[in-house]
Ligand binder design. Structure first.
Ligand code: UD1
Length: 424
């Protein structure tokens, strides 16, 4: 077991390069099953990426890392089954389903387990695949999926612009016969990145301006190289860490447009932002102002994944901030841990009211989920004294070299091995 020990109140100052986006690279790795050899640049070192590679290996593909680059070699032979233990290692393993069916004409995967963000159903994924001609049966916790020959293009209206469902359909429909139209598709930058990768491999994916995606099926995909976009949520997290420590941070290698709903929140808190191409510099004030209302929405709205780190900053703002979570049911798991550090937060269903306090204090806390864990780390950076964070494996799922990055800009943070159970 490992923990982070963070001594707060150190001003963060300097420059960080932001790693490749977790939520881009995972569906792209799933899609490499269909492309022969793929070279994926800017592939972050994350445990979720390791989990995706383990699934690829199980399915018969090979992968090797060379620096920031992942090379995947997938042959014609493909196992069509993902066992339960691999499915559970990564919550988004469901995104492999479309690729396996497109390649093998059948798939058997265990139903994804429960999730720390509340129920995370896959009905939209399954409905869409059925429209593409897949017959799906449930069998003792497994899904048996089969198609008669090639998948058939179809019109798929999504009742909600689910990111994962949109990705699964894009990958499956890339090799279908005929045209697929996804209505009310997700529009996140990671969807655009997956489309760019598929198109580099010979697919014909077109993203319309109004939320429609058209995929003209092709017979085969070919090898390609692709560079993954920067992780906008990691960027938002490091900006939060700088804001709460009244710091001065320059992020490089980012796409500011992808943060268009997030950057104004930092300005509302009184931070100064200078954006120049792929560089963002944030200079935080001594006194942070509250956020009137942050409503999480599908892109281009405010991303649910950035809600928790921003909430951590608002704990020290001069006044009350309001958050409304519209994407996931249980996205306030970090709140009890933030309260242990002295935060004043009331949650009523999807609404959280944060009353800023003059200071946070150190505590022994647990990371409740990936972004909740990041929020707790941000709070610890702004708190008086030395905090201990347990269950940091959640953070390792989505942040490359988290503690090295923070230490390089002045944080006092270290990773310790521990056999100790948190006394919570
Ligand atoms: C992805 C991201 C996650 C982000 C989320 C929303 C990855 C690996 N993860 O998750 O970081 O927080 O988008 O931006 O990219 N839903 C259904 N039925 C379905 C699918 C989804 O009801 O079949 C619901 C979910 O329960 C949730 C909402 O739709 O309430 C959004 O889910 P979705 O957009 O699918 O998120 P993920 O793809 O799981």
């Amino acid at each position: 077991m490992e923990k982070f020990v963070i001594e707060g109140k150190k001003r963060l100052e300097g420059s960080l390069a932001v790693h490749g986006a977790k939520n881009s690279v995972l569906p792209i790795l799933a899609a490499t099953l269909l492309t022969g050899e793929s070279v994926i640049h800017n592939c972050p070192r994350l445990t979720d990426v390791d989990a995706a590679c383990n699934i690829l290996h199980y399915l018969g593909a090979q992968s090797k890392r060379e620096g920031d680059c992942m090379i995947v070699q997938s042959g014609n032979d493909c196992c069509c089954c993902i066992p339960d233990d691999l499915m559970r290692m990564m919550r988004s393993s469901i995104v492999f389903l479309g690729a396996i069916i497109a390649k093998c004409g059948k798939a058997r995967i265990s139903l994804p387990g429960g999730c720390e963000l509340g129920p995370r159903p896959i009905d939209l994924h399954l409905d869409a695949l059925e429209r593409l001609g897949v017959v799906i049966e449930e069998d003792h916790g497994y899904l048996n999926c089969r198609s008669q020959g090639r998948l058939q293009g179809a019109k798929i209206p999504l009742p909600f612009p689910s990111v994962g469902a949109t990705e699964n359909i894009m990958i499956a429909a890339a090799l279908a016969q005929g045209e697929t139209l996804i209505q009310n598709a997700a529009r996140e930058p990671e969807i655009q990145d997956l489309a760019a990768f598929l198109n580099a491999c010979g697919a014909k994916v077109q993203i319309g301006s109004g939320g429609d995606i058209t995929i003209a099926g092709v017979e085969r995909l070919h090898p390609a190289e692709h560079r993954v976009i920067a992780d906008r949520i990691a960027a938002a997290t490091y900006l939060s860490a700088a804001a709460i420590t009244h710091g001065d941070l320059t992020l490089t290698g980012v796409c500011p447009e992808h943060l268009s709903a997030v950057l104004p929140c930092f300005e509302e808190m009184g931070c100064r932002l200078a954006v120049d191409g792929s560089i963002i510099r944030l200079t935080a004030p001594q006194r942070l102002e509250p956020l009137r209302c942050v409503r999480t929405m599908p892109y281009p709205g405010f991303p649910t994944d950035a809600q928790s780190p921003l909430m951590a900053v608002s704990c020290l703002a001069y006044g009350s901030s309001l958050f409304v979570e519209n994407i996931f049911e249980s996205r306030y798991k970090q709140v009890p841990e933030l309260r242990r550090m002295g935060a004043d937060i009331k949650v009523e269903s999807r609404v959280a009211l944060v009353k800023g306090v003059p200071s946070l204090h150190s505590a022994t806390v647990r990371c409740t989920d990936l972004r909740g864990g990041a929020a707790i780390a941000v709070a610890a950076l702004g708190a008086e004294g030395e905090s201990e964070l347990f269950e940091i494996e959640h953070i390792d799922r989505g942040y490359e070299a988290f503690e090295q990055n923070l230490a390089s800009i002045g944080a006092n943070i270290r990773r310790d091995c521990t056999s100790q159970k948190p006394m919570l």
